[in-house]
Design a protein around this ligand. Structure first.
Ligand SMILES: [Zn+2]
Length: 178
């Protein structure tokens, strides 16, 4: 059965490379993330077809703007970690590897102290750069200070906008993507 569309456009929906999911849990927020080569967009289940098109177009535009500045590859992430180590931590961190990882359910990042291998949750791929920086610096500090004592925070809080990043992550944990 043909569904009547307001648009006269013959372009496919959803757009090429995009998957749209309707979520009953979502009330008004729209969220998009990279999933390999594709982009997954989540919208509230109650959205009309028109609202869906508008919301998806809007978030894809936003994602495009962000990806020009975000560290999208592992190489970018490593380069960023090295830069932050030099600029914020006086080069004290011992970096083995830095990579995005998808197996972090509750953590934003992890660090294996013995090897200096750092993993950053790919749930953070689409958050602002300064938030990722705070998570990277947090894990970098763990390469030379275990635990979260006062000395740890003395270093970790040197990252620009440290407090704002903590607030952002708290809210993102509650209302952001799951
Ligand atoms: Zn920690």
């Amino acid at each position: 059965m043909n569904r009547p569309l307001q648009s006269t456009s013959s372009e496919p929906w959803p757009p090429e490379g995009v998957d749209v999911f309707r979520s009953a849990r979502r009330t008004r927020t729209v969220q998009a993330r990279h999933a390999g080569e594709r982009i997954e967009v989540r919208i509230p289940a109650r959205f009309s077809e028109r609202e869906e098109r508008e919301a998806v177009a809007e978030i894809l535009a936003k994602l495009k703007r962000r990806s020009t500045s975000n560290a999208v590859s592992d190489d970018d992430l490593l380069a960023r970690a090295e830069k932050l180590n030099a600029q914020v931590l006086d080069g004290k961190a011992r970096i083995g590897s830095v990579r995005w990882a998808s197996n972090h359910n509750t953590q934003w990042g992890s660090c294996t102290v013995s090897t200096g291998d750092i993993r950053i949750s790919d749930r953070l791929r689409d958050v602002p750069d300064w938030v990722v920086d705070a998570v990277v610096v947090h894990e970098l500090v763990h390469t030379f200070i275990p635990g979260h004592g006062p000395r740890f925070w003395e270093w970790a809080d040197k990252v620009p906008r440290a407090e704002r990043a903590k607030g952002f992550l708290e809210a993102y944990q509650r209302f952001g993507p799951s």
